[in-house]
Design a protein around this ligand. Structure first.
Ligand code: HEM
Length: 553
């Protein structure tokens, strides 16, 4: 069994805990500065054309920002599928279809390394994990893959309950329209509470300090990944120094440790008691427990280390999913004609599930499993749960799924998903990306490709993917919001489940969602993750719809 708080650990962790503050900090600062200043520029494959600059400009940033589609189209027409350009203070090779797949299938091209180079991310994750993991460590992927995805059906009632509580608190069901000026804050609260329940158990979802830490460590990350800040050449270096010397995130780890210690002690007491009495111990269902139960598999050192890993996962999970849920509502506001079909779909799905559950109860009764329907109370066929927003119900909402996939496709940045070469990489067309070189994916060539997306790829078509076998979680070379290949986001199943749940709750509770300032419509639809929310949202309650879905509590 893992010690809750051990004093053992790798040397680096010990040093970190004790003598670190001044001496090591200054030494690291000096080391990082020298490294940054002396780092050589990677050599460039001369066969790759470099995009011409507009008169008087030294980078392509302004031209890209003015109209990303026009800029990328110009480059494609002039240079073909591969071209170099100067964006965000760096030289990137932009890679378009049909070469995109090769980027994701090559181990030597890494998203984590590129994000680190832009923002100093590794120093941040190493500063809070006692086992000194950087974000590219496969343990993070495994923790999500093993502990979240297989348990999604069991997590769903908790998720619905947490989200619903925040929506009730902030919105209720207004007869007249109600303005939410900063929808991101409301959805952030809802997602944070759901994530806290999934990560650390039901008590965590109600603990103010935990929720505060989940939100504030995430805000820290938003500042770090901030696309505007990363234009600053010193941004990554300053972050590296900050997280090597002081690590502002340590305080959040401590909040998690203080909360988790008595909870884990109590769980262990109950487990020992169950063992003594010879009865089965029902293991709590949350990621923290999953990691503790398999500490040797994940290589964690103690509870403090587990909490550090949880904070790293929170950094990847909370802001991205809160942003995704918020923008789903902006799309519902921009395409109001979709609300009724989505609501009707939900009613039909729930009616069908009710019917199937009743049939299952009746066939059990015929076989002698119980005398009447009341005998199913408290079982998984409890009639009170027939209209729950279960994971099965959410899965069957194919229009909602298509709507979500379509808005993720439509909103996607035109060039994004930077990768950095860990070694020289040779592509099938013969071009070389040298070690240290950086590539960006031409997502326009992926997400606006008529061959893979169908008609009008530049239009928002909400039902584009209905009946096409392309779920919002399905990554491939035609859909890259979650990346692809062996590093494809393992949290996408949870993220999509939460986003669809919010969508389902919205259309069943509100008949109308409108933008406060309709002149900001396009800006809202194409705003990037981390951008300030451009306008508020009005919600008008659907007074008859509240019974269509309810959470199982
Ligand atoms: C809408 C929400 C989300 C988006 C858009 C998103 C997007 C991404 C992207 C683009 C990557 C990089 C993929 C690559 O390297 O090819 C990634 C990686 C990752 N994501 Fe997510 N993500 C989301 C939610 C989540 C959630 C909820 C979790 C955890 C519960 C999570 C955990 C991770 C982890 C651990 C990785 C690293 C995977 C690896 O390197 O093997 N993400 N995500």
């Amino acid at each position: 069994m893992l010690d809750l708080l051990s004093s053992s650990g790798p040397e680096a962790a010990l040093v970190f805990k004790t003598a670190l503050p001044i001496g090591i900090g200054l030494a690291s600062a000096a080391f990082l500065t020298i490294k940054a200043v002396t780092r050589g520029t990677p050599s460039i494959d001369k066969s790759i054309p470099t995009t011409s600059l507009r008169h008087g400009e030294t980078t392509h940033d302004a031209e890209y920002e003015e109209n990303p589609d026009l800029f990328v189209l110009r480059c494609e027409e002039q240079y073909g599928a591969v071209f170099n350009c100067y964006l965000r203070n760096r030289l990137y090779t932009v890679i378009s279809e049909p070469l995109v797949r090769e980027v994701f299938m090559t181990d030597d091209l890494s998203v984590a390394e590129a994000v680190d180079e832009l923002s100093g991310l590794h120093a941040q994750t190493m500063s809070i994990t006692k086992s000194r993991r950087d974000f590219s460590d496969p343990a993070f992927h495994a923790m999500v893959r093993d502990n979240i995805t297989p348990n999604l059906p069991l997590f769903t009632p908790k998720i619905v309950e947490c989200i619903l509580a925040v929506i009730e608190r902030d919105l209720g069901c207004p007869q007249n329209r109600k303005l939410i000026e900063h929808p991101l804050l409301m959805f952030q609260d809802a997602i944070t509470s759901a994530m806290a329940a999934v990560f650390m158990g039901d008590e965590a979802a109600k603990d103010r300090k935990i929720l505060h830490s989940f939100i504030h460590c995430t805000e820290d990350l938003a500042r770090i990944i901030n696309p505007n800040a990363r234009n600053n050449r010193w941004h990554a270096l300053l972050n590296k120094l900050k997280y090597t010397v002081t690590s502002p995130l340590r305080k959040h780890v401590q909040v998690l440790v203080d909360f988790a210690t008595p909870i884990i002690q109590e769980r262990r007491r109950q487990e020992a008691e169950a063992l003594e009495k010879g009865i089965e111990y029902k293991r709590p269902l949350d990621i923290m427990q999953g990691i503790l139960d398999n500490f040797d598999k994940y290589g964690v050192l103690d509870l403090e280390d587990v909490c550090g890993h949880l904070i790293v996962l929170v950094l990847g999970a909370v802001h991205s999913t809160s942003d995704g849920s918020t923008y789903l509502c902006y799309y519902l506001a921009a395409f109001p004609e979709c609300i009724e079909p989505l609501y009707q779909e939900q009613i039909e799905v729930l009616d069908q599930i009710c019917k199937e559950r009743e049939e299952q109860r009746q066939s059990k009764l015929v076989c002698g499993d119980g005398l009447s329907v009341e005998d199913f109370t408290g079982t998984n066929l409890d009639p009170r749960n027939d209209r729950d927003l279960s994971s099965l119900a959410v899965k069957r909402m194919v229009k909602m799924d298509s709507f979500v996939r379509e808005y993720l496709r439509f909103r996607s940045e035109r060039v994004e998903l930077a990768h950095m070469a860990k070694n020289d990489v040779v592509f099938s067309n013969g071009m070389i990306i040298h070690k240290g070189g950086k590539v960006l994916i031409n997502l326009r060539s992926v997400h606006h490709n008529p061959e893979t997306q169908g008609d009008d790829p530049t239009e928002f078509r909400p039902w584009r993917f209905v009946g096409k076998g392309k779920a919002a979680t399905k990554v491939s070379t035609d859909f890259l919001p979650f990346g692809m290949g062996k590093h494809a986001c393992p949290g996408r199943f949870l993220a999509i489940q939460e986003i669809k749940t919010i969508g389902a709750l919205m259309v069943s509770r509100y008949s109308k969602i409108e933008m406060q300032d309709s002149s900001k419509r396009m800006k809202a639809l194409l705003s990037r993750i981390g951008d300030p929310v451009p306008t508020g949202l009005y919600f008008t309650g659907r007074c008859t719809g509240l019974n269509a879905t309810k959470s199982s509590s």
